[in-house]
Design a protein around this ligand. Structure first.
Ligand code: SAM
Length: 231
């Protein structure tokens, strides 16, 4: 299967393993991953966030309930919401999630946004699990026609060492553990190159205390809700 499907399948497998009830996809683009996740029966709240409202709106109708959902309502409740905003900003609508996914997002962030990203995702949202995927630059020599980066909008592409040192430092700072894996295997004999897409799975070390939750000051909403469906 194409690489993006392997990434989505990786997230789906993670959902089957940890059974999160509330999942947020940051940089959700055309909502394809959200659409796949809506079939995971453990999920009761799904949220997407993207800085580009147009790309989100393209296929957001696919997240609406179908006639069958009304005719044969399922036992579980499901709410799907899409927000327009940036991962560089905190918004209270992003609190309380169990799993936060950032698939091929960080390499699109400007330096100033990337700097704020850990505090927003790990410090503020502080879900039990965060999954981050990004291209592995060491794999590029095996790809045809890669100029500097795989995509003109990429602000950087990291080697395994660069991604791992950023991830380990972030994990240390916010009390998470992190494990590295990926999708897209290198050819036999070239294993040192690593996966085509590198993935870090972060798990929060300590349960969130009521105290730290209450410590959140009431704050203003900065994201704009562009879609909401209740099943
Ligand atoms: N996650 C999707 C996937 O794997 O198919 C889409 C990845 S796409 C390569 C990156 C997305 O991140 C784009 O839709 C872009 O608009 C979004 N993005 C870029 N900067 C962002 C920011 N600061 N906050 C939220 N989303 C952002």
């Amino acid at each position: 299967p194409p690489l993006y499907k392997q990434r989505y399948q990786f997230v789906k497998d993670l959902v089957e393993k940890y059974k999160p009830k509330k999942v947020a996809d940051l940089g959700c683009a055309d909502c394809r991953l959200l659409w796949m996740l809506k079939f995971c029966s453990c999920i009761e709240v799904l949220a997407g966030l993207d800085i580009c409202a147009n790309v989100m709106k393209e296929k957001m109708h696919t997240l609406s309930p179908l006639p069958v959902d009304y005719l044969q309502p399922s036992e579980r409740s499901l709410t799907v919401t899409l927000h327009h905003g940036s991962v560089a900003h905190k918004d209270p609508c992003m609190l309380g999630f169990d799993l936060v996914t950032c698939i091929e997002l960080i390499e699109h962030l400007e330096e100033s946004e990337l700097k704020k990203f850990p505090e927003v995702v790990f410090g503020f949202m502080a879900p039990s699990i965060v999954v981050i995927s990004t291209p592995n630059s060491e794999f590029n020599s095996l790809l045809p026609r890669v100029m500097l980066y795989r995509h003109p909008d990429h602000k950087f592409e990291w080697s395994q060492a660069q991604f791992q040192s950023w991830a380990l430092e972030t994990a240390r700072c916010y009390d998470y553990s992190v494990e590295f894996t990926g999708v897209g295997h290198p050819p036999t004999g070239m294993e040192k190159v690593g996966f085509c897409t590198q993935i870090g799975v972060f798990v929060r070390k300590y349960p969130q205390t009521g105290e730290s939750l209450q410590a959140e000051k009431p704050m203003e909403a900065v994201y704009k809700t562009v879609f909401k469906a209740v099943y």
